[in-house]
Design a protein around this ligand. Structure first.
Ligand code: AGP
Length: 372
């Protein structure tokens, strides 16, 4: 009913709008006043966590994209090797796991059969399984050794939005906690990022306040047949997520690429007026990465692409090459997906509406996939 949708036309719009609160709620009670993380609810002891020599993340769809981003954070802040695998592929390739592997299963519903089968396989190999889940008491957390709940609240729309942002928050918390427990040379950075995380919900709110031009742009693209998404570093999984949202909702052909792969093939797809969304990393810090993506934007624009550039406020280098510029607040590099994903959700939702599609119930899809 309209009341359930809180005055929004679709659950998806309501859930996109709820993201600042979902992010804040997922942090609530997990950062103590001294700025350290308290994840006592993760009932794997610090001594066990110090023994871990490998992290393996399993998930499907949007949750898999959260896992791809988690890998960057976990490896950077903990120096523990981390693999990310589609849950549906995992157990069929005889993965190398033992008692020192920490397997993280990410699932909004907690009922995804592929993810459940992957975690069962991991436990059979003696690995500890930590679930990151949004649904209290669902099967995946029940069958795991420990669980870190995301507090997104119920997600009704088939296309995942607020659950994704909270999965990212949970992944950062786990990465930072592992770093804190094990002690790494990034101690100071970890402290600073915990502070930035506690402010990030306001930044998400600011992004939501500036989405009207994104909606207007989406409406102009309703008759296109393809949209491409490019990103680097954590912007690459964001590009994959932007493409998945567009497929699910707008039923358009969409593909996400690592920008560095362009010249290895995908650049052949660039033709006159094809919309290409580019997620630009922060110009601060890893500036090499930034410069490289700016030249990628230049290259595709020279070949006629219509460039839709998502870049940090104050990033002037992209301006000459952006046909459309979407600004996001400056954040530490690893946290950027929390703000960069939001315009892509809004974009896909608006395109779906413009194409007359059912936003909350896209064709052929179920909210949770309980068969393999
Ligand atoms: C996302 O928009 C999807 N509809 C889908 O990819 C989903 O993320 C995937 O099926 C995993 O679901 P889960 O998080 O409930 O396990």
């Amino acid at each position: 009913s309209a009341a359930e949708k809180g005055g929004y036309d679709y659950f998806m719009l309501k859930e996109i709008a709820e993201q600042p609160k979902a992010v804040a709620d997922t942090l609530l009670g997990r950062i103590d006043p001294s700025g350290s993380l308290t994840l006592d609810e993760v009932r794997i002891s610090p001594s066990e966590l110090r023994e871990i020599d490998k992290v393996v993340i399993v998930a499907c769809g949007t949750a898999f994209h959260a896992g791809l981003i988690a890998k960057y954070a976990i490896e950077h802040w903990t120096r523990i090797p981390c693999e990310v695998e589609l849950a549906s592929e995992f157990r069929y390739r005889d993965p190398i796991l033992d008692g020192r592997s920490l397997v993280i299963a990410i699932s909004q519903s907690g009922e995804t059969m592929d993810t459940l089968m992957a975690l069962r396989h991991a436990r059979e190999q003696g690995s500890k399984v930590l679930a990151i889940c949004n649904t209290n008491g669902s099967t995946i957390p029940r069958e795991s050794d420990a669980v870190l709940y995301t507090h997104a609240g119920p997600e009704v729309a088939v296309a995942s939005t607020k659950a994704f942002l909270t999965q990212l928050v949970a992944c950062y918390l786990v990465a930072l906690y592992l770093g804190q427990v094990r002690g790494t040379k990034w101690g100071d950075e970890i402290q600073a990022v915990i502070k930035d995380l506690s402010r990030i919900s306001e930044e998400v709110e600011r992004v939501l306040d500036t989405m009207e031009p994104v909606r207007a742009l989406a409406r102009t693209l309703a008759t296109k047949s393809t949209v491409l998404f490019l990103g680097r570093h954590v912007g690459y999984p964001v590009a994959l997520e932007g493409a998945l949202k567009l497929k699910e909702l707008a039923y358009m052909h969409a593909e996400g690429f690592a920008a560095g792969e362009l010249k290895h093939g995908p650049i052949a797809l660039i033709e006159e007026d094809v919309p290409v969304v580019v997620v630009v990393p922060s110009p601060r810090g890893r500036s090499v990465l930034h410069d490289k993506i700016v030249s990628n934007i230049q290259e595709i624009r020279a070949r006629g692409a219509r460039t839709i550039v998502i870049a940090e406020e104050g990033d002037e280098a992209v301006v000459p090459y952006a046909d459309h510029l979407i600004r996001i607040p400056a954040t530490p590099t690893l946290l950027q997906p929390l703000v960069a994903t939001v315009p892509l959700q809004v974009f896909a939702c608006e395109l779906a509406t413009a194409r007359g599609n059912e936003v909350d119930q896209p064709r052929n899809l179920a909210k949770s996939v309980t068969v393999e």
